[in-house]
Design a protein around this ligand. Sequence first.
Ligand code: IMP
Ligand code: MG
Length: 183
Amino acid sequence: MDHKISLHDKSFRLYIPNAEIERAIDAVAEKLNRDYASSTDDNPAILICTLNGAVMFASELMKRLNFPLEFKACKLASYHGTHSTGVVTTELALPDGLEGRRVIVVEDIVDTGNTIVEIHSQLLAKGIKDARICTLLLKKDVYNKDIPLDYVALEIPNRFIVGFGLDYDQLGRNTKDIYVLDE
Ligand code: IMP
Ligand code: MG
C-alpha cells in the first residue's frame, strides 16, 4: 500500500487502512442483518446507493447482507473540490414505487448532512414506510441535523479524505485504503 498519493494539486497520506474499513463494514452489516431479518421476498428492503461515492461501500456491504433486498441508486451533489457548497442538486432522481417500503440509504460520508436531509425529505414525499441511513463515514463534529444516523461504520474528525469511493474533483475513488489531505 502507498503511504502517500497525489491528486491534481494536492497530496494525501494514508489514514484508514483497508483492513480497518472492512472490519467496520462487517460490524454494520451484522447490525443490518439483525434489524432486517423480518424482510421478505414479498416486501424486500430497498437499498439505495448514493452515487458515485458510496459505490464501493455499497458493494462491500451488500456481499455481507443476507436478507431479501432490492438494489437502487440515486445521485445528488453538494460538494465542489474540498468543500460543501450547501446547495444540493439532483442528478439522478430517487426511484419510483417506494410507497410502503422500508428503505436503507447507503452513503459514503455524512458531513454537513445537507445531502441526507434532501434525500430524506424526497423519500418521505414518496410515501415510504421508513428510511434508515447507513453511512461508511461520519464527520461527527460537523453534522448538525436532526435526522438520526442509524448505521455509522466509522467516525472521523473534520478532515478532507479520499479513497474507497470518495473523490477529490473526481480522482482518488479507486483505492482500497482511505487517505487524508496532507496540510
Ligand atoms: P454533506 O451534504 O455536507 O453531508 O456532504 C455529503 C457529500 O459530500 C458526501 O456524500 C460526499 O460526496 C461529499 N463529501 C463530504 N466530505 C467529503 C470528504 O472528506 N471527501 C470527499 N467527499 C466528501
Ligand atoms: Mg456522496
